[in-house]
Structures are given as C-alpha cells and as structure tokens.
Design a protein around this ligand. Structure first.
Ligand SMILES: NC(=O)c1ccc[n+]([C@@H]2O[C@H](COP(=O)([O-])OP(=O)(O)OC[C@H]3O[C@@H](n4cnc5c(N)ncnc54)[C@H](OP(=O)(O)O)[C@@H]3O)[C@@H](O)[C@H]2O)c1
Length: 197
C-alpha cells in the first residue's frame, strides 16, 4: 500500500522510501519514481511528512523515530485488524492504530488517511472515484493531508473529525473487507453519495 500511494504522490513531491532493507528501499524508490531511499530512521530524518504503511503488529517500531519525526506531519494508513472465524474485527480495542502511533510520536502531527482504499485501486494512473476519510486533531492538519490526497485525481478527501475518530475509520476497513467477502463483490472502497436538490 505504501508503494501504491507513493507512486501517485511522487508525481508532485520528492518521495523517499524507507525500509528495513536498503536494497528493497532502493528498488521500491526506482519503481515509484522516488527521489531517494534509506532505512526508516534516515527516511524520517530527510522527510517533511511521513506516511506509515506498515502492519499493525509492527507499530511499536515507530517509537524509535520520535525525534526524527518531531514537528512533522505523520499519516497512518494502518488498519488494526484480527480475524475471528473468517470474519474481520478491529484489533486496537479501546483505541486506534492512529492514536497509538500518536502516543509513540507525541511531537508529530498525526492523522489517519487512505485506510479504506485497497492498494489495487491505485494501480492505474487514474484511480476509481473514492472518498478518503481523514481523522486529525486539528483542521489545519486535516488540510495538509487533504492537499496530498487531492493531488490524486478522483480521490476526494473528507474530514472525519479528531484523531479518536480513527477508531471508526479503521473499523470501516473491517466492514468493507467483510462486505466484499460475504457478498462476493470484489474489493470495495469508501464512496459516499450526495443527493442533489
Ligand atoms: N494493502 C492494502 O490494500 C491496504 C489498504 C489500506 C491500508 N492498508 C494498511 O497499510 C499497512 C500496510 O499494508 P500492506 O498491505 O502494504 O502490508 P505489507 O505489504 O505486509 O507491509 C508493508 C511493509 O511494512 C514493512 N514491515 C513489515 N513488518 C515490519 C516490521 N516488523 N517492522 C517495520 N516494518 C515492517 C515492510 O517493509 P520492509 O520489509 O521493506 O521493511 C513491508 O513491505 C497495513 O497496516 C494495512 O492495514 C493496506
């Protein structure tokens, strides 16, 4: 998912790919048209804004980046999900991955976005029309994220409210994955309708 988003963002921004493996980071940067690559610490030090596309189980590793990401925008797309009897549920009980990330990065402006968009939707240059739900503690942080989202044609950013609303946003991913599986629809993404008049 990180590579999928990076490919679009790289059209207008200098993207640096971080990885635990330098060769993998370099290959991913070449694939997406990135401007550079490095380990997570070096990528965090170089960037103005960071996108976290790692599994929920790896979230704690973000703690070591707190200093490098201090004062910066951090966007989580992490969905904390667990499977129970073939059915997905949210895993971060009483919190959200985004709030847990904020606790690890207390001096960063943390938002959640892209959670409900399957990576496959981003494969082509023109993505299907989708709504990207963004939770952030200030409207200003939302606007920064919305600016990046709106660079991707056909993606509409929508403000979902403060960061604790990430619990709902992340939960919607479980919902759409369950809906797709239970109803055989193929991958689903968020898109809200508006009635004219
Ligand atoms: N896939 C989707 O359609 C989609 C859509 C929306 C949101 N998301 C969310 O985005 C996140 C990434 O999803 P994904 O499907 O891209 O997952 P993924 O391919 O399994 O993991 C993404 C990257 O995370 C890094 N990683 C894995 N374990 C790590 C660890 N212990 N410590 C540090 N880094 C680690 C790996 O990079 P290196 O090995 O290069 O270090 C890996 O390439 C998840 O939280 C998911 O819920 C996914």
């Amino acid at each position: 998912m990180g590579r999928a988003v990076a490919k679009h963002i790289a059209k207008r921004n200098a993207v640096i790919i971080g990885s635990r493996n330098l060769a993998r980071a370099e290959a991913a940067a070449a694939e997406v048209g990135g401007a550079g690559s490095g380990d997570y610490l070096s990528a965090s030090e170089q960037c103005d804004a960071a996108l976290f596309a790692i599994p929920y189980s790896a979230l704690a590793t973000a703690g070591s980046l707190a200093e490098a990401l201090s004062g910066k925008l951090v966007i989580s797309m992490i969905n904390p999900l667990k499977s129970e009897g073939g059915f997905l549920r949210r895993a971060a009980e009483g919190s959200s991955a985004a709030e847990e990330l904020k606790a690890l990065l207390p001096r960063s402006r943390v938002a959640t976005a892209f959670n409900n968009i399957p990576a496959g939707y981003l494969k082509e240059d023109v993505v299907p029309p989708v709504d990207v739900l963004v939770a952030a503690d200030s409207r200003g942080t939302y606007e920064e994220v919305a600016g990046l989202v709106a660079e991707i044609k056909e993606m509409r950013p929508l403000y979902a409210g403060p960061l604790d609303q990430a619990r709902i946003v992340e939960g919607i991913t479980a919902l759409v994955l369950n809906l797709a599986k239970l109803n055989g629809t193929g991958a689903l993404a968020t898109r809200f309708s508006t009635r004219k008049g």
